[in-house]
Write a protein that binds this ligand. Sequence first.
Ligand code: LMR
Length: 400
Amino acid sequence: MQSLFSPLPAAAGDAIFALVEAFQNDPAPHKVSLSIGTYFAEDGSIPVMRAVRQARDMLVQAGKPHPYLPIPGSAPYRNAARSLVLGADGPDPERVVTVQSVGGTGALKLGADLLRRTCPDAAVWVSDPTWENHGQIFRQAGFTVHEYPYYDPAAATVRFTQMQAALQALPAGSIVVLHASCHNPTGVDLSSEQWELLTELFARQGLIPFFDLAYQGFGQGLDADAKPIRMMARAGLECLVASSFSKNFSLYGERCGALNIVCHDKLAADRALGQVKTLIRGNYSTPPTFGAALVATILNQPELRHAWAEELEQMRVRLVGLRARLSHALALLTGEPEAWNYIERQQGLFSYMRLSPQQVEALRREHAVYLLKSGRLCIAGLTDSNIEYVARAIAACAQR
Ligand code: LMR
């Protein structure tokens, strides 16, 4: 019988989550998951951070009821999220809208829907390559999505001159998605000098920066990772920022994020907030409480905040060490000392390995080591007990 849903095309599915599922179903005892962007502790578990544990105990003991939050989310959460992104000395809060969102992805979608209301004819530009989901989010909001040059595979750096030239040619009002730090998937970020040049370019061309800030704290530190955003905000640009607490609080399933919108003035901010509230109400009504209460409790209590920032810094430093170990192990195994240095120059959770899709496939099939087809490897999935095995598997596949 013809179904209501028969006319629908078969969906391709999500590449990242498909790999997570394939990994879970893989019976190999030595399997290693380096696909999804999740930080694993040395013992291979997803950590519950000390501050999160304490805040959780406090909230459970307080035993408060579970009322609806206001449509834009909890005020202590929104204020703390704003200053984490824009700094304590950021723009006047009256001209900044910060709303709680369902993860960083929810913030991107809310921002995309808002932009579609205010500039429906603009096109969206994302980096080549970018996070698999960016294109889909903006297309589902109704935009046409194009790519600007970003990664140079030969040099494992940013093709900055080509990037500048492409952005320079865009019409005013074009929406440009930027990774503030820890570029996903490449781990290759712009330098401060390059961000300064981009800030001037965006101001001159009238481009709209939409930052994705999903890994704050994992690149060079909490403040340093938000610097490009603060630079553009200081230069007087209106910009949007989707920030996430999934990774830096290890609160993936709690879906804690925020959409921040820096506006020229309070009037514009009030307009933007009003529209975002209608988008939220017409979608999921109000945001969930528990994860946001954890984050707000931690960020608003100096001792907990300090403990959290300290543990996050330890996680960041551990990733730097894992990069060095993987790169040195590969240099030794392949006898090519220079060939793997690029892993140490990248930052954040990911390394964009110079591996072909066939080599990635061989890693999975022959060694049960799971990377994304693009060669993206989640450094945060490496541990003392699997790093040598992973290095040997990569060396074996890379030398074919
Ligand atoms: C990733 O890129 O692996 C993470 O951001 C998780 C996700 O939602 O894709």
